[in-house]
Design a protein around this ligand. Sequence first.
Ligand code: DAH
Length: 336
Amino acid sequence: MLSELEASTLARVEKTQTQDELEAIRVEVLGRKGTLAGISREMGKLPPTERADLGKQLNAAKQTLEAALEARKAEFESVALAKRLDGEWVDLTIPSPGVRLGSLHPITQIQMEIEDLFRSLGFAVLDGPEVETEYHNFDALNIPADHPARDMQDTFWLEGGNLLRTHTSPVQVRGMERFEPPLRMIAPGRVFRNETVDASHEHTFYQLEGMMIDRHVSVGNLIYFMKTLLTAIFHKEVTVRLRPGYFPFVEPGFELDIRCLICGGTGCAVCKQSGWVELLPCGLVNPKVLRMSGIDPEKWNGFAFGLGLTRLVMMRYGIDDIRWLQSGDLRFLRQF
Ligand code: DAH
């Protein structure tokens, strides 16, 4: 009878399809209230000799069945594991999609383009400190302490009398101090003004200064270089006009306007219906400025200009809010 039970149980175990079925058989046969436990209980009624014999058989059957259950369970587990590993499989030989490369900020891109252009025209690219002396930022540019022109540039003063440069013009001074004329230089860089920030004002923005000192430099030379510059930037012939403009370090000084590239001159929001956009202050270097930096104005003269790089980028790409440029917002930056 025991051997029959053993054989039929083994057969059932063999046929199980799930762990639950297997568990049900275990409970039914080997459980506390299972078949074997029932037989064991009945054993008490037998005479001692038979009892010992049956006890041995019971134990043997129990061990055989337990082993079979255990083996079947292990099979289920290995199938489950194989299935899981299959799902988690990773092909390490597939080529990676590659790192996502960043891109240069649009201001950097324009700056590099202009640097290339001016290098090809024989200009040196100079750098200057962002923390400047009052002398280089103002006095040496013919803007002494009591001069009202200082009010045009709201300045971040630092303790000890230095300041955050309000324009790139002090690099003109540093260039003249360092090099002998003839001299051709540009100086791109970051400048700072104590402005209330809104769509068209930033406390931090970019300019590109230029200066050429030689013999007999004329307004004609100035216009030629400015037109070359603007044609390269906008990739088309631009129409320019000069208006008088006041800057203490140039004489005469000009505001150079370009015919509006958005409307072609008929009038639109960008040019405030005037057909012209103010882009480039410039002029012939004031002899006083040359003299202060040790250059003899009887022998040499030159022109200078101060290009608003930030403004230029906004014009070129039609950016209507200056705050985008330093927002660090990748949705903005990825467009360039
Ligand atoms: N530095 C002036 C400013 O930021 C701009 C400027 C005007 C620069 C005339 C020049 C120049 O070199 O000739 O307002």
